[in-house]
Design a protein around this ligand. Structure first.
Ligand code: AMP
Length: 733
C-alpha cells in the first residue's frame, strides 16, 4: 500500500537538499589538457578569417551573385566574439551573447563560413508573440552549405558520410563529391515529380545513406522535408501525412531492427489509405533483403498516386542546382508527439537553423572541419536531423550513420568499435543507450577497442544518472557531457562548451546555459523567478530565444502560442523542472508534470532515481508519484535489476529506502520498490513516467503512439495492482 508515516524532517518546503549528485567528477587532467584548444587561438581565426570562397559553382549562381554584391568578405575587418583576457572565455561569450545578441548572431551568421546568396544585414525582428525572426533579409541554401561548398573548397575527396550497418554487415563511405552528385541528381528526381520550393516531402526511411540524401535533396530545392521515424506504424504515419500534406513520399522497402526485417511499404500503403491527404508519388528505395511490390496503377483510394523505383528514377534524372531560400523559409517539419492530441509539427527555419547548428558544432562540440562525429540516433529524431545530418555536414565533418542498436548488433561493444574504426572525435548518445550497454557489460571496457581519438562523449534525451555517468567516464577516461535540449529547440540550451573552454563536468548537471539562452527557474504557481540556488522550479527561457529554435507549429500558430508561450508571459515554457546550483550549473530533474509533491515538498523524479540507480543491483529505474490521502503523493520506484543481480536480495527495498532517506531526506517518504523486467519507454528511449503514474493511480491511461513495446503495459499494470494491497484512497477510475 502507498503509505508512509510523517517525517519530522519535512521542513524544507520547496528547497532541495544538497543533491548527492552535485559532486565534481574528476577527469584525468592530462586528458583535458591534451584535448584543450584555446578559443582565441584555435577558433577565432577559423571563424573570422574570410572563408567566403570567391569561386561558386555554376549551379549555384545566385549565391555567387549575391555574395559578391556584398564585396569580398575576406577583407572585412572581423571582430572576435570575445575580447581577450580577464574573464574566462566562456563567460565572455555568454556575456557577449546576452548583452549584444544582435551583433553576436549576425557575426555568427556572416563570419563562420556560412555562405548566403544574400548575406543578412538585420539580426532579427520581433514577432508579436515575443519570438524572433532571425536574419530576416538573408537568403541561403542549406544543402549548398552542407555539401557544395566543401567540394568547391577542395574537400570533395573527404568522406562526408559513413554508413555503418552491422545489421547488414556493411560499411559504406560516401565522399563529399559523391554526396553532391547523388543529392543533386535526386533533387532532379524530385523536381521531375513536380516538387518545388515550399512543397512538402515526407521521408519514411531506415538508416541508410538514401535517407540523408533525400533530406538534402529537399533542402537543395527549397522543399520542406518531414522525416518520420521508420518504426512508426500506419496510424501515426497517416496523422503526419494528413497534417503536412506531402506531394511526394520517399520510403525504403524495409527497415532492419536487430535481426528482424520490417517491410515498410505495407505500413506506408495503409497509412496513405488512412490519411486524409494523398501524395502524388511514392518513391521506393528497394533493399535486397526485402523488396517491395510497387503499385503502378491507380487504386480506388489512391486515384492519382503511384509508386516509383528510386534507382530507375535516378537513372532518368539530371542534377539540379541549389535554390536559395529566404531565411525564414522552413527547412523541415519534425513531429514531436505528446501523449494526447495530434503530434506537433515543429517548423525549423532555414537561415537561423544553419547559423545555430554550425555555431554549436564549433563551440559546443568543438569539432574542426575534417574531424568525425558519431551521433547514435535515428534520423527520425531531432538529434538525427541536427547532428547526424546537418551539423556535421555544415561543419565539413565526417558523419557516421549507424544502422544498429547499442546492444545486440552484435554486442555491447558496437559503439566502441565504431569509435575505433572510424576515428570518431566526438560522440553523442543517450543515457538509456549507455545503461543498456552497462547492463550487459558492467565492469570491463568496451572490447579492447582504441577510443583514444575520442575527445568527448555528449549525452542527452533524459537526465543522466550519476552512476551511469561515472561508469562511462571511468571506462572512457574522457569528459562525458550531459547536455539538455528538445526537438523544439533543435540544438542545446544547456551544455558545457569544450569548443570554447573546458569546464569541469558536474555529475547530475546538464551544464550551463548555452550562450544565447537566458534560462530562469520560475515558481510554477506564481511565475516569479526563484533566485535562490538549489530551488526546484519550472525551467523557462526568456524570449526572444536565439536562432534555430521553433517559432511556430506547422499550420498552427495558435497551438504554438498556447503550448509554449502562455504559461509564463515573456518566456518559452520548456515543460521541464530543475534548478541551478550556486555556480550556475543547471540540473534538469523532471518534466514539470512528473514532479512529486510529498506533503508540500516538491521532489524531482531524477533526484530519487539517481539514488536508486546507484545501488549496485539496479540497472535502471523510474520513480513516479502515487496519490496518498495524507501526504498528497508518495514516490514509488520501479526498478530493473542488473543481469548479474537477477535474484534480488531480500533487503533491496530496505536498502533503497535507507539510501533515499540518507541522501535525499526522510521527508521523501520513499518506501515502495517494485522489481520489473522492463519499463515502458518511447521508441527514442524515454521512460513513460506519466503512463506509469496513471496506471498506479488507477486513472485513465494515455498510451503514447510512440511507445516502444505496448506489451509492457499490462505486465506493469498487474505488478502495480499486486503491489498496492490497498488502493490509494483518493484514486478514481
Ligand atoms: P525530445 O524533444 O523528445 O528530445 O525531448 C526533450 C525532453 O527530453 C526535454 O524537455 C527533457 O525533458 C528531456 N531531456 C533532454 N535532454 C535532457 C537532459 N540532458 N537532462 C534531462 N532531461 C533531458
Amino acid at each position: 500500500m502507498w503509505r508512509a508515516v510523517w517525517s519530522s524532517s519535512c521542513n524544507l518546503a520547496g528547497r532541495l537538499p544538497q543533491p548527492a549528485a552535485q559532486r565534481l567528477l574528476t577527469i584525468n587532467s592530462n586528458q583535458l589538457a591534451s584535448n584543450h584548444f584555446d578559443y582565441q587561438s584555435e577558433h577565432a581565426p577559423r571563424i573570422y578569417r574570410g572563408q567566403h570562397s570567391s569561386a561558386h559553382s555554376n549551379n549555384h549562381s545566385n549565391h555567387s551573385k549575391h555574395t559578391h554584391a556584398k564585396g569580398n568578405l575576406a577583407s572585412t575587418p572581423v571582430q572576435p566574439l570575445v575580447q581577450a583576457h580577464s574573464k574566462s572565455a566562456l563567460d565572455r561569450v555568454i556575456h557577449d551573447a546576452a548583452q549584444h545578441p544582435d551583433a553576436f548572431w549576425l557575426r555568427a551568421a556572416n563570419h563562420s563560413g556560412l555562405h548566403w546568396s544574400k548575406p543578412p544585414t538585420i539580426a532579427k525582428v520581433l514577432n508579436p508573440n515575443g519570438t524572433a525572426a532571425w536574419f530576416p533579409d538573408g537568403e541561403l541554401n542549406t544543402c549548398y552549405n552542407a555539401i557544395d561548398v566543401h567540394v568547391e573548397q577542395h574537400r570533395g575527396a573527404q568522406v562526408a558520410l559513413i554508413h555503418d550497418s552491422p545489421v547488414t554487415k556493411s560499411v559504406t563511405n560516401v565522399s563529399y563529391t559523391e554526396l553532391q552528385e547523388r543529392v543533386a541528381t535526386f533533387a532532379g528526381v524530385l523536381a521531375r515529380h513536380g516538387v518545388g520550393m515550399g512543397d512538402r516531402v515526407l521521408i519514411y526511411m531506415p538508416m541508410v545513406p538514401e535517407a540523408a540524401i533525400s533530406m538534402l535533396a529537399c533542402a537543395r530545392l527549397g522543399a520542406i522535408h518531414s522525416v518520420v521515424f521508420g518504426g512508426f506504424a500506419s496510424h501515426e504515419l497517416a496523422t503526419r501525412i494528413s497534417d503536412c500534406q506531402p506531394s511526394v513520399i520517399i520510403t525504403g522497402s524495409c527497415g532492419i531492427e536487430g535481426a528482424k526485417i520490417i517491410p515498410y511499404k505495407p505500413l506506408l500503403d495503409r497509412a496513405i489509405d488512412l490519411a486524409t491527404h494523398k501524395p502524388n508519388s511514392v518513391i521506393v528505395f528497394q533493399r535486397p533483403m526485402s523488396r517491395a511490390s510497387l503499385v503502378s496503377g491507380k487504386t480506388p483510394k489512391r486515384l492519382k498516386c503511384r509508386d516509383y523505383d528510386w534507382t530507375a528514377e535516378v537513372e532518368a534524372s539530371q542534377p539540379h542546382a541549389c535554390v536559395p531560400v529566404p531565411s525564414q523559409h522552413p527547412l523541415y517539419i519534425l513531429y514531436t508527439s505528446g501523449t494526447t492530441g495530434a503530434p506537433k509539427g515543429i517548423v525549423r527555419e532555414s537561415g537561423p537553423h544553419a547559423v545555430a547548428i554550425k555555431w554549436s558544432m564549433t563551440n559546443i562540440y568543438g569539432l574542426r572541419p575534417g574531424e568525425t562525429m558519431f551521433a547514435g540516433s535515428d534520423i527520425g529524431w531531432v538529434v538525427g536531423s541536427s547532428y547526424v545530418c546537418y551539423g556535421p555536414l555544415l561543419n565539413g565533418n565526417t558523419t557516421v550513420l549507424f544502422e544498429g542498436k547499442p546492444v545486440g548488433t552484435p554486442d555491447p561493444s558496437t559503439y566502441w568499435r565504431i569509435v575505433d574504426q572510424h576515428n570518431v572525435n566526438v560522440m553523442f548518445t543517450s543515457p538509456t543507450a549507455l545503461r543498456a550497454i552497462k547492463r550487459e557489460q558492467s565492469d570491463k571496457l568496451v572490447g579492447g577497442y582504441d577510443t583514444s581519438r575520442l575527445r568527448s562523449l555528449f549525452v542527452a534525451g533524459e537526465h543522466c544518472d550519476t552512476d551511469t555517468l561515472k561508469w562511462i567516464q571511468q571506462m572512457l577516461q574522457k569528459p562525458v557531457i550531459d547536455h539538455w535540449w528538445q526537438t523544439e529547440t533543435g540544438w542545446p540550451m544547456a551544455s558545457l562548451c569544450p569548443g570554447i573552454q573546458h569546464m569541469p563536468v558536474r555529475a547530475g548537471s546538464a551544464g550551463k546555459p548555452v550562450p544565447g539562452y537566458t534560462i530562469h527557474i520560475l515558481d510554477q504557481k506564481t511565475g516569479q523567478v526563484l533566485p535562490e540556488p538549489n530551488t526546484l522550479g519550472a525551467i523557462a527561457v526568456k524570449l526572444p530565444m536565439p536562432p534555430g529554435v521553433v517559432t511556430t507549429l506547422w499550420n498552427n500558430q495558435k497551438r504554438f502560442d498556447s503550448t509554449y508561450l502562455s504559461s509564463y508571459p515573456g518566456y518559452y515554457d520548456t515543460g521541464d523542472a530543475g534548478y541551478f546550483d550556486e555556480d550556475g550549473y543547471l540540473y534538469v530533474m523532471a518534466r514539470t508534470d512528473d514532479v512529486i509533491n510529498v506533503a508540500g515538498h516538491r521532489l524531482s523524479t531524477s533526484a530519487l532515481e539517481d539514488v536508486i540507480c546507484s545501488h549496485p543491483a539496479v540497472a535502471e529505474c523510474a520513480v513516479v508519484g502515487v496519490k496518498d490521502r495524507l501526504k498528497g503523493q508518495l514516490p514509488i520506484g520501479l526498478v530493473i535489476l542488473k543481469q548479474s543481480s537477477a535474484s534480488a536480495s531480500q533487503s533491496l527495498s530496505h536498502d533503497l529506502q535507507r539510501m533515499v532517506a540518507d541522501q535525499v531526506g526522510a521527508f521523501a517518504c520513499y518506501k515502495n520498490t517494485i522489481v520489473v523486467e522492463k519499463l515502458p519507454k518511447t521508441r527514442s528511449g524515454k521512460i513513460l513516467r506519466k503512463t506509469i503514474r496513471q496506471m498506479a493511480n488507477h486513472e485513465k491511461v494515455d498510451i503514447p503512439a510512440t511507445i516502444e513495446d505496448a506489451a509492457v503495459l499490462p505486465v506493469i499494470q498487474q505488478i502495480l495492482h499486486d503491489a498496492s494491497d490497498v488502493k490509494p484512497p483518493s484514486s478514481h477510475h
